[in-house]
Design a protein around this ligand. Structure first.
Ligand code: ADP
Ligand code: MG
Length: 322
C-alpha cells in the first residue's frame, strides 16, 4: 500500500531536471549542485491542529507545506531546485495523498522544483518538507546586515492570514454579503504565495531580509537582533488589504498586521539611496512593496501610532495576539 502511495506522489510531482541524477525510488537521491553556486537548505514541519487548523483540505496542506519552506528560500534570495518530503499519516488514505500531492505540485511546478525523495510513516498527521536552492557565492540575503539609517520595507499586505484564521474560527451565515472577503483572507492563510522572485531581485540590494511567519513585530525583531540594531515602524504605513480593512475595525486590523503570523511576506532593509530602484524592480515583478519605517541605533522594534505616540506593543494582545 505504501509503495502505491509513494508511486502516486512521484507521478503527481514529476519534474524533469538535469541536476537530479537519481530521484525517488532508490535508497537516496543523487543531486548535482551546479558549478559556481552555493547550496541553500531549509526544513519546516507542519503539525495537524498546530500549524494549520484541523480539517484543512489536503490540497491546502500540500501547498502550504511547500510554501512555508519556499518562503525561507525567498528570504535568503535563493532559487529553489529540490525538495524532500517526510509524510506521517494516520492511515494510508489515497484521497488525502492525492489532494496533498496535487497542492504540492501546483506550487512546485511553476518553480520547476523536483521532489527527489522522502519518507512515509504512520502516526498523527505531520508533514516535514526540506527544500534545497541555489544562490551565487556570497550573495545569500541574511538577517544580519541592517544598518541605522536603512529603510524597512515589506512585500504585499500584512495581517491577512491571521484574519483568515479568525474568520475560520468565527463563521458567518452563508448568505452574508462579506463571504468573498472572508474567502480572500482564508486563501491567504491556506495558500500563501512565497515571494521567490522578490527574494532573488533583492540580492545585492537588501542589507537584511526575513520572511514573516510569526508576525511583523516578532520577525522584524529577529532581523534587528541579528543585525544589532533597532527599528521604528509607522502604523499608518502598514500595508493592509481592503478585505482586512472592510471586515475588521481599525484596532483589530492593526493587531493582525503587527502580530498576526502566516503571511509569508518578506520584510527587509535597504540603504535609503536604493529605495527607488528596489521599488521599481519589485513593482516590475508584480510584487507590491511598501516602506514601513526605518532602522535605528539601539535595539527593539517600536511602532508609532497614527496619533504620533508610541504604541505599547509589549502588552498582552500584541506579541501574543496571533
Ligand atoms: P527506504 O526504506 O530505503 O528508506 P522507502 O520505502 O522509505 O525506502 O522509500 C522508497 C523511496 O521512495 C525512496 O527513494 C524515498 O526517497 C521515496 N519516498 C518515500 N516516501 C516518500 C514521500 N512521502 N515523498 C517522496 N518520496 C518518498
Ligand atoms: Mg525511508
Amino acid at each position: 500500500m505504501e509503495f502505491r502511495l509513494i508511486e502516486r506522489i512521484r507521478e503527481l510531482t514529476a519534474q524533469p531536471r538535469d541536476d537530479v541524477r537519481l530521484g525517488i525510488g532508490d535508497d537516496a537521491a543523487v543531486l548535482a549542485v551546479p558549478q559556481g553556486q552555493e547550496l541553500v537548505v531549509a526544513i519546516d514541519t507542519l503539525v495537524d491542529g498546530v500549524h494549520f487548523p484541523r480539517g484543512t483540505a489536503a490540497i491546502d496542506i500540500g501547498w502550504k507545506a511547500l510554501a512555508v519552506n519556499l518562503s525561507d528560500l525567498a528570504a535568503m534570495g535563493a532559487s529553489p531546485a529540490w525538495a524532500l518530503l517526510a509524510l506521517t499519516l494516520p492511515a494510508a488514505d489515497p484521497a488525502f495523498v492525492e489532494g496533498f500531492a496535487e497542492g504540492f505540485a501546483r506550487l512546485a511546478q511553476p518553480h520547476r522544483l523536483a521532489l527527489v525523495g522522502g519518507d512515509t510513516t504512520r502516526g498523527p498527521l505531520c508533514i516535514s518538507v526540506a527544500v534545497h536552492g541555489f544562490v551565487p557565492p556570497g550573495q545569500a540575503l541574511t538577517r544580519a546586515g541592517a544598518r541605522a539609517g536603512d529603510l524597512v520595507l515589506v512585500t504585499g499586505t500584512l495581517g491577512d492570514a491571521a484574519a483568515g484564521l479568525h474568520a475560520l474560527q468565527n463563521p458567518l451565515r452563508e448568505d452574508d454579503s462579506r463571504a468573498s472577503l472572508r474567502e480572500f483572507l482564508i486563501a491567504r492563510l491556506n495558500q500563501p504565495m512565497p515571494r521567490l522572485a522578490a527574494g532573488t531581485a533583492l540580492r545585492g540590494q537588501a542589507s537584511a531580509c526575513i520572511d514573516i511567519s510569526d508576525g511583523l513585530l516578532a520577525d522584524l525583531g529577529h532581523l534587528c537582533r541579528a543585525s544589532g540594531v533597532g527599528a521604528e515602524i509607522e502604523a499608518a504605513l502598514l500595508p493592509r488589504s481592503s478585505a482586512l480593512l472592510d471586515l475588521y475595525d481599525v484596532t483589530s486590523a492593526l493587531q493582525f498586521a503587527l502580530s498576526g503570523g502566516d503571511d509569508y511576506e518578506l520584510c527587509f532593509s535597504v540603504p535609503a539611496h536604493r529605495l527607488a530602484d528596489v521599488q521599481s524592480d519589485l513593482s516590475r515583478l508584480g510584487c507590491g512593496v511598501t516602506r514601513i519605517g526605518r532602522i535605528v541605533e539601539g535595539d527593539g522594534v517600536r511602532v508609532r501610532g497614527t496619533d504620533g505616540a508610541w504604541l505599547d506593543t509589549d502588552q498582552q494582545g500584541w506579541e501574543h495576539f496571533a
